[in-house]
Design a protein around this ligand. Structure first.
Ligand SMILES: Nc1ncnc2c1ncn2[C@@H]1O[C@H](COP(=O)(O)OP(=O)(O)OP(=O)(O)O)[C@@H](O)[C@H]1O
Ligand SMILES: [Mg+2]
Length: 156
């Protein structure tokens, strides 16, 4: 049984703040898939996430590189954007799965390589709001092992 959590973000900064706090709840080999249309906030989420580790100033979009590495003394984070990959076999060819063992992996458009992903990944879906251009709905789908109380206690 997977678990669900919904977060409604009222603007870009709220998304970043939520992501920063969410980052504290993860372990070093977690994989997070970020799904949502262009401009739905996936990269903003990654920025906030990195800021928890003091890595926020270094973000560059991996649009042309597939994966960027961010590192401090304690933590390694890999930020993927797999939008341009054909399928999971192309992910395999670039050695994508090897990163799962090496640090936290945040994968924009990760649903495109679903069959290369470990079973217990965290899946965040970003939805835009019809009426307000600054609202995003984040639907978070988590493995059963995740302690959802920690999320319920987050104050954002
Ligand atoms: N609540 C919100 N959360 C995040 N971003 C927001 C929000 N409201 C407005 N925005 C704007 O939406 C855009 C989100 O851009 P971002 O690069 O994060 O999208 P993306 O999902 O990574 O797109 P792509 O698929 O092209 O990589 C930014 O311009 C940001 O300012
Ligand atoms: Mg992006």
């Amino acid at each position: 049984m997977r678990k669900q959590y919904k977060f409604i973000s009222k603007n870009e900064n709220t998304t970043k703040d939520f992501a920063k706090k969410f980052a504290k709840l993860l372990n070093k080999n977690d994989v997070v898939v970020l799904t949502g249309e262009l401009g739905s906030g996936k990269t903003k989420f990654v920025e906030g996430f990195l800021s928890n580790f003091g890595l926020e100033n270094e973000i560059s979009s991996p649009t042309f590189t597939i994966v960027n590495e961010y590192k401090n003394v304690n933590t390694t984070i890999y930020h993927f954007d797999v939008y341009r990959l054909e399928d999971s076999s192309e992910f395999h060819e670039i050695g994508g799965e090897e990163y799962f063992e090496k640090g936290i992996c945040l994968i924009e458009w990760g649903e495109l390589i679903e069959d290369a992903l470990p079973k217990n990944y965290i899946h965040i879906t970003f939805e835009k709001d019809d009426k307000d251009e600054n609202i995003r709905i984040l639907n978070i789908d988590l493995p059963d092992s995740f302690n959802i109380n920690l999320l319920n206690k987050l104050e954002v």
